[in-house]
Design a protein around this ligand. Structure first.
Ligand code: WT7
Length: 636
């Protein structure tokens, strides 16, 4: 059925999704507009990874997000945008207006030579034009690649070049809290190393002047004046790429996760409707940035596919004060609120006086995403924000999964603090031990894998299918490996324990330790480094960097200067989100005889443990561990 209303519905749908997956997912797809129906629902091969959903089906996702609603919802608010500065005006787009804006900007893209299959990079603040441009790409079959506005010029250039994008969409500045991010200046720096970019279209978000490069840069508003409103949607194949989104892994540079059209559409809509138990007149607010998968699936596509009112917020939770979220909820009458544990913890730390000023009585459903939520934060959210009345959906998923995988269904499945609870219909999770055996029964802990395809799963990593195969389908033959550790408790409920690979999760943002180390190593005084995560009260995990420096370089600068320079290097190479919270200059790193860094020990020291290091017999030089504990910075 389209919507599960009680526990029995869930049990029936779950069973059906396992015994007759094709029938189940065909039914879910039938509510959409297809220009041509699919030939087969699912074809797949997990060995030599390949998966096709709704094969040979033809459609345009924006026709389903926009045109499909024009008959019954044309004057309903599609996007309600709230600016960073509360003194500025909100902007509201009805479905009819959004349809027009998307069509117009689609024509701007066409006018600038963008064709079906071309990659468009977006480096934008959280303004309606970002959502409009994303949909405009989809309208004409161009592949969008949104890069979060907090990434540096180097990081942006790397992503532009990997995707071979030919056009960049950006803005002069992006207001965030009391700061303004100089997006255009950063983009200019990036584009010096991006020969493939022919055009940059620049939105004038603030009154601040920026330099425009003749022949390359064009103003957004001027381009809009040149085009008509009507734009026929490009008819796409179900398996044509819809977007690329870069994410960090345990090794090397970030990979471009590719999602395709038909399956992504069906799954994001299905999960949005069910997990949040969305009802026609609900006001729904997800606080993520469209630069991440949460924003793609649950600010733009999922809600619009369902004809919902999606709130889009440009600012930060603590500006102008820590009551900002709650004030917006009261003012707009938000019914469903979806945010990250890190935001909850940050606001919790500011005290209840910011919460108590607001009623929060419009709320029906609360959600969290991005990292494990600790018990204190869960209780605070439930009690002080939800007034013990709102189910909390702790939604586990990943950039690669496209949509929510394991989660309570609001009010339908019971919740359990800190548990993502149960898999959604269509999702078949298994826990494997290190030998790859499936752990049967309950009360077990292992590596979380998924053993059957679902419609919005990753199709490939852009330009490198082998990498996709190796990363997700080779650790355990025949399974998609998530990289997460997980416990299934006595009741069969799932609790995500965090990453088991060299990925750290800082404020819900994924960072590869290797990526941060590579950035640190770019500093001229650095010989080598090792980065680990450690428990952080607000961020969930903080970044702890152990750095070995060249002795000669250390003589000419103070320790504090050196650390500040190293942190600045990371800022420059990746962006502020990767900036280490702690840097310790060390005499050496604990390595095994074969040269492998024993990260386990470094993790323990970073967490403040000074003993119980386990088996250290393979260490080449055990005295290094003592030196790190004592804070020795160089050979004596
Ligand atoms: C990783 C994926 C999915 C959108 C945001 C992050 C962690 C995600 C939860 C949760 C515990 C979670 C996992 C996962 N994670 N949601 N509810 N409970 N951990 O997407 O950047 O692709 O990161 O975030 O470790 O593997 P992402």
């Amino acid at each position: 059925m389209n919507k599960m209303n009680n526990l029995e519905d869930y049990a029936i749908d779950y069973r059906k999704s396992v015994t007759e997956p094709e029938k189940f997912w065909a039914y879910q797809a039938e509510r959409f507009v297809w220009r041509k129906k699919w030939d087969t629902v699912l074809e797949y091969d997990f060995e030599d990874y390949n998966v096709e959903w709704y094969k040979n089906g033809k459609l345009n996702i924006t026709e389903n997000c926009l045109d499909r609603h024009l008959l019954n919802r044309s004057d309903k608010t599609a996007i309600h945008w709230v600016p960073n500065d509360p003194k500025e005006q909100d902007r509201i787009f009805t479905y009819k207006q959004l349809h027009e804006e998307v069509s117009r900007f689609a024509n701007v893209l066409k006018n600038n030579g963008v064709q079906k299959g071309d990659r468009v990079c977006l480096y934008m603040p959280m303004v309606p034009e970002l959502a409009i441009a994303v949909l405009a790409c989809a309208r004409i079959g161009a592949i969008h690649s949104v890069v979060f506005g907090g990434f540096s010029a180097d990081a942006l250039a790397g992503r532009i070049n990997d995707a071979e994008a030919k056009i960049l969409l950006t803005a002069n500045f992006g207001p965030r809290g009391s700061k303004k991010i100089g997006l255009k200046n950063i983009a200019d720096e990036a584009l010096e190393n991006c020969p493939g970019i022919e055009t940059a279209i620049v939105l004038q978000r603030t009154d601040d002047a920026v330099e425009m490069k003749a022949g390359r840069d064009k103003w957004w508003h001027e381009e809009l004046e040149k085009v008509e409103t009507f734009c026929e949607p490009e008819i796409m194949d179900s398996e044509d790429p819809l977007f690329i989104l870069y994410t960090s892994g345990s090794t090397g540079k970030p990979k471009g996760v590719v999602h395709t059209t038909g399956g992504y559409m069906v799954y994001t809509a299905y999960t949005f409707r069910n997990v949040f138990q969305y009802q026609e007149d609900d006001i729904y607010w997800c606080t993520a940035d469209i630069g991440w998968i949460t924003g793609h699936s649950y600010i733009v596509y999922g809600p619009l596919l369902e004809g919902a009112t999606s709130v889009m917020f440009e600012g930060v939770p603590t500006f102008p004060d820590a009551g900002r979220f709650w004030r917006i909820i009261d003012r707009l009458g938000v019914n469903t609120f979806y945010t990250a544990p890190t935001a909850i913890r940050a606001l919790m730390a500011q005290g209840l006086e910011y919460v108590e000023l607001y009623k929060l009585d419009s709320l029906k459903v609360l959600g969290t995403v991005g990292e494990p939520i600790n018990r204190e934060a869960w209780d605070w959210y439930h009690h002080h924000i939800g007034k013990n009345q709102c189910p909390i959906v702790d939604t586990w998923w990943q950039t690669e999964t496209g949509g929510i995988m394991i989660s309570p269904i609001a009010g339908v499945l019971p919740t359990k603090p800190t548990y993502a609870t149960l898999p959604l219909p269509g999702i078949q999770p298994v826990l494997l031990d290190s030998e790859g055996n499936e752990l049967k029964g309950n009360g077990v802990e292992g590596n979380l894998c998924i053993k059957f395809p679902w419609p919005s799963m990753i199709r490939t990593t852009w330009g490198d299918h082998e990498r996709c195969k190796n990363t997700y389908f080779s650790t355990y033959k025949g399974y998609y490996f998530t990289g997460d550790g997980c416990r299934r408790d006595e009741d069969g409920y799932y609790r995500i324990m965090g990453r088991v690979d060299d990925v750290i999760n800082v404020s819900g943002h994924r960072l590869g330790t290797a990526e941060v180390e590579n950035a640190i190593n770019m500093h001229e005084a650095v010989v080598e480094s090792a980065v680990v995560g450690y428990p952080h009260d607000i961020k969930g995990q903080g970044i702890y960097a152990y750095v070995v420096c060249d002795a000669a370089k250390m003589e000419v600068s103070t320790m504090d200067d050196l650390k500040a320079e190293i942190a600045a290097t990371v800022n420059e190479k990746i962006g502020p989100i990767a900036r280490p919270d702690k840097i310790q200059i060390v005499r050496g790193l604990p390595k095994t005889r074969s040269g492998k860094i024993m990260r386990r020990i470094l993790r323990k020291i970073a967490a403040g443990e000074t003993s119980n290091f386990g088996d250290t017999s393979t260490l080449l030089d055990p005295s290094i561990v003592e030196a790190i504990k004592e804070g020795v910075v160089r050979d004596q």
